[in-house]
Structure formats: C-alpha cells, structure tokens
Design a protein. Structure first.
Length: 120
C-alpha cells in the first residue's frame, strides 16, 4: 500500500506535461477566437443587409446611413443607393500579447448596400 501511495505522490513528468499543454491551450483559444470572429461578422452582415433593405423600402434613414446618387447620362434617371455601416466589439479570449500591441480592440466592421426605391 505504501508503494502505491508513494507512486501516486511522484510528480515526474508534470513539468513536461505543462510545457506541452500551455501552447496547445493558446493555439486552441486562438482558433476559437477566429471562429467566433468570423461568425460574428457573418451574423452582423446578414442582419445589417436585412435592415438596410427594409430601411430602403421604408425610406426611413438613421444618422449613420449614407445616400449616394448616380445620374444616368443617357436616360437622365437617378439611381440612389443606401449604404449602412455597423461596428461591434467581439469577445477577446486570449489576453493582449506583445505581437498584437497595435490592436486596441477587436471588432467587426460591416457595410451593407441597398437600392432606394423612388415612388412612381
């Protein structure tokens, strides 16, 4: 019984295991952060495009929206485009590392475009 307890108390290999697990954990967190970032961007783009299309149909704009007009030279018609912008912070899973000191915040920045319908 004493041999079993003595064998369990030995900590040989724990330092080597820690040296392997720490880089793997950092790599895992970086991969998960990239997956979260891509999913946030895709979700934000989908919601913003839907919102911009609805706003263009209703002709109700917010202060952040831009309206760009293009004039057709041959027919004289005007094409109006609505451009919406959205920024959102994403969660940061790994602490600030020295290689990324220039990056202050992690965020998504998406833009959506819709054609403004004019009344006949």
């Amino acid at each position: 019984m004493k041999k079993v307890i003595a064998r369990l108390r030995q900590e040989e290999g724990s330092v080597e295991s820690t040296l392997v697990i720490i880089p793997l954990l950092v790599l895992f967190l970086i991969a998960i952060e990239l997956i979260i970032t891509i999913n946030y961007r895709n979700l934000d783009l989908s919601y913003l495009q839907s919102s911009t299309s609805s706003t263009a149909l209703d002709n109700s704009f917010s202060a952040d929206d831009e309206v760009v007009s293009f004039q057709d030279r041959s027919s004289g018609q005007t094409l109006n485009l609505l451009i919406s912008h959205q920024k959102r912070a994403i969660p940061q899973l790994i602490p600030q590392i020295p290689l990324l000191l220039n990056v202050k915040t992690h965020r998504t920045d998406v833009e959506a475009i819709a054609v403004l319908e004019s009344a006949p």
